[in-house]
Design a protein around this ligand. Structure first.
Ligand code: ATP
Ligand code: MG
Length: 416
């Protein structure tokens, strides 16, 4: 029978570097884990010796729980582990040392052998990596590795290899338990969701903006989304794709998120015949940022997030980026500004958005007039804004907007 792993251990990195605020970050992290694991058979979540330990009442849930924990920002490594209580180790070890025998570490070796058999797959060699968090343990890390390595080598007939092994058997000595594990999955690091406040994401149906949102969520921002749709109403616009993109992002959030759906028609009604064709695109982008800024203020957001990448399309030349928002005081975060499309696409696949992003969608940017100006000047955009009455367009667009909630509801979430 497969060896059950009733504990998941996870490490964090950046939070450890925080000074006086560290406890606040830690509390947030643990709370976010708790919410992410709601409905799972979790008995307890503890912060022990610079690690988070999640105790399960049903060991069969380990893989699923570890998968959910990988999506909690702040965690760096996640591994299901088998605990061996120190009470099953310490007396035997003391007896061995007193009798000047080779230390047996019987129970640890048994578990290591079983885990190796269970998970060796096609591995042709292995290494034991030991860490002592509790330095009072009577055996030093290299000696533990030698004892466990010899047992695994003999029983599993696998040669040891110190450099670049196919398989790692980890042993971690804590105060009350020794944890043994073979699988260690990389999580995404970053800062706990909500620890950096809120921001409004301009979310399109393309590849870029979901990645931009995710990267800033990883820095602890809690997003709200704003999407602009063309067409007379939501049914005609068919925003199902946008909702799926937002739902995917919400799987990285401990709380449900707001998605605002804003019509483009109020802009078009006022700009047609007033704004010259070659300014249509940059003026439309100005309209989007003005709406996002207004909504952000109403929703306690402190920044806007957009998926611009320098030079990617005409509206994202350095001139245009500077000319579109001269009067928006809120910081505009553009995490993709220095990335090329290949890098952005790689992220899109990692975060699980790509397959949705490439589905066909009639985005309002794709139907703007071709050949936009490359080097717009802010004063011209301000003048056209007056001519078309941009403020009115923004007012009516937001008045006619809708809001949907994405992500799972969690009634007992104290942090909302
Ligand atoms: P693509 O992957 O096709 O480049 P994109 O979302 O980046 O998709 P762009 O035309 O490059 O599309 O737009 C730049 C940025 O402007 C987007 O990343 C997004 O932040 C914002 N944006 C564009 N269209 C919309 C829209 N319909 N609603 C909200 N934001 C939008
Ligand atoms: Mg783009």
């Amino acid at each position: 029978m497969a060896l059950a792993t009733p504990i998941i251990t996870a490490t964090y990195a950046e939070i450890a570097l925080k000074g006086r605020n560290r406890n606040t970050f830690m509390r947030k992290l643990i709370n976010n884990i708790r919410v992410a694991l709601k409905g799972e058979p979790v008995d307890d979540i503890r912060h022990v010796e610079s690690r988070v330990l999640v105790y399960l009442t049903d060991a069969d849930a380990a893989v699923r729980v570890a998968g959910k924990m990988r999506k909690v920002f702040g965690l760096v490594w996640v591994s299901p582990v088998v605990p061996v209580p120190r009470t099953e180790i310490d007396d035997e070890l003391m007896a061995d040392l007193e009798a000047e025998r080779e230390p047996r570490l019987t129970r640890v070796c048994e578990v290591a052998i079983e885990l190796t058999e269970q998970n060796r797959g096609t591995a042709t060699n292995f290494k034991v990596a030991t860490r002592r968090s509790d330095k009072t343990f009577a055996l030093k890390s290299p000696d533990i590795s030698i004892a466990v390595g010899a047992a695994v080598h003999q029983s599993c007939e696998l040669p040891g290899r110190m450099a670049d092994p196919d398989m790692l058997v980890n042993v971690l000595v804590l105060k009350n338990d020794v944890l043994v594990f073979t699988g260690k999955e990389k999580a995404f690091g970053g800062l706990p969701s909500g620890s950096s406040g809120r921001a409004m994401v301009l979310l399109s149906g393309g590849i870029d903006s979901p990645v931009a949102a995710w990267l800033m969520m990883r820095r602890g921002l809690r997003p709200e989304f704003i999407h602009f749709y063309s067409g007379r109403n939501l049914q005609e616009a068919d925003v199902a794709k946008i909702i799926v993109l937002a739902e995917n992002l919400a799987t990285y959030s401990p709380v449900p998120l707001n998605l605002h759906l804003v019509p483009v028609v109020p802009f078009e009604m006022r700009s047609i015949g007033v704004v010259p064709d070659k300014y249509d695109m940059v003026m439309f982008r100005r309209f989007m940022f003005k709406c996002a800024n207004r909504l952000a203020k109403h929703n306690s957001c402190r920044a806007l997030i957009s998926g611009d990448s320098l030079g990617q399309v005409a509206s994202q030349t350095i001139h245009n980026l500077g000319a579109i928002t001269p009067d928006i005081e809120m910081p505009i975060l553009r995490p993709l500004i220095g990335m090329d499309k290949m890098e952005i696409t790689a992220w899109s696949k990692i975060i699980g958005a790509f397959k949705t992003s490439i589905l066909p969608y009639r985005d309002c940017c794709s139907i703007r007039s071709p050949k936009p100006i490359l080097n717009a000047r802010p004063q011209d955009l301000l003048r056209y804004s007056e001519d078309m009455d941009m403020e009115e367009a923004v007012y009516h667009a937001l008045k006619d907007s809708d809001m949907v909630l994405v992500g799972k509801e969690s009634p007992d979430n104290s942090e909302k």
